[in-house]
Design a protein around this ligand. Structure first.
Ligand SMILES: Cc1ncc(COP(=O)(O)O)c(C=O)c1O
Length: 359
């Protein structure tokens, strides 16, 4: 890419899930306010500030109508990436088998499997199943990752799926079930999507403010789950970090408190409508070009079939000045697909589509 830039080629980067829109004012104002408080420069604690955990519990009650104990069932995290990796360290021993969705967010296979000398069991997410796992494929794993709304496919899961997953977790105590809910607030069809915690606490769920509040660099999220799971996560974290900065934790709590039940603050609603419009623009543009698109009502990702080898296809797209992630980068199940991230303005997206027409 640097080489193309040197040649003066204008690159449109649709490869990374990093929101281009600015953080909402409620977030930046809160940070400015909290940074001046006299206690925010100290070490925080790995479990997260208790008042903030209470606010997370309050959000969970309003958003999902679930009671969560802030003392034992919540940990504030430094974004969800570290938390996913650190939780896996708490659970997985060398040689254990980890259920990794394929395609899936690469950290599951890399952090949970490689860093722990474990083995991956790829759990295929097929288009004909709406990119949901087949439950029989999940047997025999020590740790299982699930993720809806999904990266990279954008697929969503309904209540029936969560109920089934919760039943599975209850009947498989040998498996630690993870639900990665990083995109649970980035949905576009007007209905709030569920939390696995509505159906079981025999699991752990990871949330993040990164995507929906456009603050990937602030590093703030939280984990919610059964006491044993949260204790395991905190045990590892306590040796590796000293908690997210308190002014960031408090700002995140203010953002959660700005919800009215399941309805987010207006800035988030505006962001959603922008991402939805962009996503539609790309889905329609690719469809017109003859690509098979798998549309979805969530995330800023567009998942489509390249009609051949995805690595070759993205190389050709780069030659046209468009960076797109090959499906193979998300595992075996991503072969033949590619993922576009709608994190540039409409005009740039349209220009990217025009360029793709020549691939
Ligand atoms: C599915 C999924 N989970 C977790 C993350 C990590 O997000 P963060 O660490 O910023 O909370 C990402 C980021 O791309 C993601 O796509």
């Amino acid at each position: 890419m640097a080489e193309l830039r040197r040649k003066g080629i204008d690159i449109i980067n649709l490869g990374i899930g990093d929101p281009d829109l600015p953080p909402p004012k409620i977030m930046t104002d809160a940070i400015k306010r909290h940074i001046d408080e006299p206690d925010t420069h100290f070490y925080s604690i790995s479990r997260g500030n208790l008042e903030v955990r209470k606010d997370v519990a309050g959000w969970f009650k309003g958003r999902f109508e679930v009671e969560i104990d802030p003392d034992t069932e919540i940990a504030v995290t430094i974004g969800s990436k570290e938390a996913l990796a650190n939780f896996s360290r708490a659970v997985v021993d060398p040689g254990d088998i980890v259920g990794v969705p394929s395609p899936g967010y690469p950290v599951y296979g890399n952090a949970a499997v490689i860093l722990n000398d474990a083995k991956a069991k790829n759990i295929l997410l097929r288009p004909e199943d709406g990119f949901k796992p087949r439950f029989k494929d999940m047997e025999g794993v020590k740790l299982l990752f699930t993720n809806y709304p999904n990266n990279p496919t954008g697929a969503v899961a309904d209540e029936a799926f969560y109920r089934k997953l919760a039943d599975w977790a209850e009947t498989h105590p040998e498996t630690a079930v993870v639900h990665d809910a990083a995109y649970c607030e980035m949905t576009f069809d007007g209905k709030p999507y569920p939390s696995l915690m509505q159906y079981t606490k025999n699991a752990i769920e990871f949330h993040s403010l990164s995507k929906v509040f456009n603050v990937t660099g602030y590093r703030i999220g939280f984990a919610v789950g059964g006491k044993e799971y949260i204790d395991g996560l905190v045990k590892v974290k306590s040796q590796l970090d000293s908690g997210a900065p308190l002014f960031i934790q408090r700002a995140a709590a203010d953002c959660l408190k700005a919800y009215n039940g399941a309805t987010p603050p207006k800035e988030v609603i505006t962001n959603r409508s922008i991402y939805m419009r962009r996503k539609k623009l790309v889905e329609e543009g690719l469809t017109k070009l003859g690509y098979k698109v798998h549309p979805s009502p969530a995330t800023f990702y567009i998942w489509f079939e390249t009609g051949g080898d995805d690595m070759e296809w993205v190389d050709k797209a780069i030659e046209k000045g468009v960076v797109i992630t090959p499906g193979s980068g998300f595992g075996e199940g991503g072969k033949g697909f590619a993922r576009i991230t709608a994190t540039v303005p409409d005009e740039r997206l349209q220009l990217a589509i025009d360029r793709i027409a020549g691939v």
